[in-house]
Structures are given as C-alpha cells and as structure tokens.
Ligand binder design. Structure first.
Ligand code: SF4
Ligand code: SF4
Ligand code: SF4
Length: 309
C-alpha cells in the first residue's frame, strides 16, 4: 500500500484529520500577533505575557495532529513551567481573568483584556478539547512530576465519580463569589500552586499545597481532577468539542488504560475501550502505548467505541 492510500486508510479508521482546525489555529495565532501591535478599544496588548499566552493557546493545538508532535509535549510543558510558572508567577492566570471579569462585569472598569483571555481559552476548549491542560498548564506538569503510577493506587470508581464534581463546584465559586460578594475566592483560598511559583504563601495555602502534592503522588493530577475550576470549565467544553482522542480496531489489551494518568480510559471486557472525553487531557500517552495504532486525535468519526473483536 502506498503512502497516500495508507493515509486515506488511517483517516477512514480514525476519523477526519481536520486540516481546517490547523488552519484556524494558525489564523488565531496571526490574529493574536496583529492584536499585539494594534491597540483595540483603547487597550494595548503588547505585553510578553499576553503574547505568549495567546501564542501558546493558538499555535500549540497544531501539534495535536502531527504524528510525532506528541514527543514535544514535555518540552512545551517545561517551557511553560519556566516561563508561565516561575517567570510570570503562575501565569497564564485564566482563573484570575475569569474572577476579574466577574468582579467588574457591572462597573466601569475595563474588562477587555480579561475578556479576550477568557474568550481564547473558551474557544480553544470548544475547538481542541482539554489540550490546555495537557500541553500548557504549568500546574499540570508539577502534578505529573510527583505522580508515581508504580504505586498502583486507584481511587474507587464510585468515589472518583463523586469527587469529580468538586471541580464544577469550584467553577461556580470562581464566578459567583466575585460577582455576588465581590470576593475573589480563588485568589485568596483556591490556588495552592502559587506558593511554589511565588515562593511565598499563607499557612493555609502551604498546607493546602502539601495535601495536594501528597495526593498527587498517589492520584494522577489530583488537583486537576477534583478541584480546578478551569479543569471544570474545559471538561464541559470538551463534551462539545469535535476534536478528541478516538479509538478504532481495539483489541482490548488494556495497555492504554494503564498509562492514562487521569483514568480517562475504561477497558470493557470484549468491547474494547471507552474514553471519558471530559477527563481526557489530550496528552496522547495512550497513543504511544498502543502497539496497534488504534488511538489518535481526530475530528468526528462514526463510532466512539473500539470495535468488537
Ligand atoms: S485542570 Fe487546571 S490545574 Fe490542571 S492542567 Fe487544567 S487548568 Fe491546569
Ligand atoms: S485518554 Fe489518552 S490522551 Fe486522554 S488523558 Fe488518557 S492517556 Fe492522555
Ligand atoms: S486501544 Fe490499543 S492499547 Fe488500548 S486497549 Fe485497545 S489495543 Fe490495547
């Protein structure tokens, strides 16, 4: 079989490779560059913080569709940890942007900058699912570093299902607290990782961080799964995103389930696997693990489950 036929065959198996999505991502990036130089509505966007935020949110999705692109994920996360984490002290702060937007929604303060950040985050989530979590967020990589899958700990599924609601409650608090009580809940109480990035913090935040880090040793990305409001927002958007991990031709060996740090994969006896798209962070580790090339990131496809063999 020639390369072209093989590519066609892969597309038929795994779903569409949405070229339009890649083009769109590059267009967003270019639009971001224009915004960077042209002030809009009296707001000047030429800060490195803004440029890197926009560039990472808009350019990186293209790597989701490049076959070997997954090997660059570690590099992006490291760069993000260095730049957004330590240099910009826990930036990009989508939590801060959402809180400030909610806080100033009904007064005269300008919210244009926050609005753009939140809009890009939401658009990115709608188009490319939770790639922000898997490829950009510096808090995610810290949790990945401390996680020890060899310990073999797994939260009982029933408890896991209940705890996952925590991130949605957190999202409600993130928006409601500044809007109703003019209180930035997340800035005061909800962000344990800024202790690491700021090298400073209250006793409460240091204790919170310690609990989160210890939990993350046993549970992959414990904070992301149960507490992060941005995780909650992106988990909801992932449900409507056309781009996701898809499986085809599954043999049910369960290898991918073992490497998924967020337990988004469930192997069903004799039925292949199912992927919980609201939990999947698009890290593509499962893709690397599958010996039969059954997994890939792609656009819409007829069947969401692996075939029965
Ligand atoms: S869930 Fe939150 S902390 Fe985790 S990677 Fe996503 S945005 Fe970052
Ligand atoms: S399902 Fe695959 S891509 Fe999604 S989080 Fe799990 S290992 Fe990563
Ligand atoms: S997708 Fe691949 S690794 Fe996962 S269970 Fe099926 S055959 Fe095994």
């Amino acid at each position: 079989m020639g390369d072209k036929e093989e590519a066609k065959d892969l597309v038929a198996q795994h779903g569409t490779r949405p070229l339009w999505v890649i083009i769109l991502a590059v267009c967003f990036g270019l639009a971001g560059l224009v915004l960077f130089f042209l002030p809009i509505g009296g707001v000047k966007f030429w800060t490195l913080d803004y440029l890197f935020f926009l560039a990472s949110l808009t350019m990186i999705p293209a790597f989701l569709f490049v076959k070997k692109g997954r090997y660059l994920r570690g590099l992006f996360l490291l760069a993000s940890l260095a730049y957004f984490g330590f240099l910009q002290t826990a930036c990009p702060r989508p939590t801060g942007a959402i809180e400030l937007m909610a806080l100033h929604l009904f007064d005269d303060a300008s919210i244009t900058m926050h609005l753009i950040k939140v809009a890009v985050l939401i658009l990115g989530g709608v188009l490319f699912s939770r790639y922000f979590c898997g490829w950009i967020c510096p808090k995610g990589i810290i949790q990945e570093y401390v996680y020890m899958p060899a310990l073999g700990f797994r939260v009982p599924p029933k408890l896991d299902r209940i705890l996952k609601f925590g991130k949605y409650l957190s999202l409600v608090a993130l928006v409601a607290a500044p809007m109703i009580w003019h209180f930035r809940f997340f800035r005061e109480w909800g962000g344990p990782f800024k202790v690491i990035f700021n090298l400073d913090g209250s006793v409460f935040l240091i204790s919170y961080l310690a609990v989160v880090l210890v939990a993350s040793v046993f549970i992959g990305r414990a904070f992301c799964r149960y507490l992060c409001p941005i995780g909650g927002l992106l988990a909801l958007l992932a449900l409507i995103s056309p781009v996701r991990m898809r499986v085809d031709g599954c043999r049910g060996c369960g290898l991918c389930e073992k490497v998924c740090s967020v337990d988004a994969i469930t192997t069903r006896k004799g039925e292949g696997i199912s992927i919980d798209r609201s939990e999947c962070i698009m890290c593509r580790e499962c893709e690397s693990a599958c010996k039969w090339d059954c997994l890939s990131v792609s656009g819409p496809k007829k069947s969401e489950l692996g075939d029965r063999r």
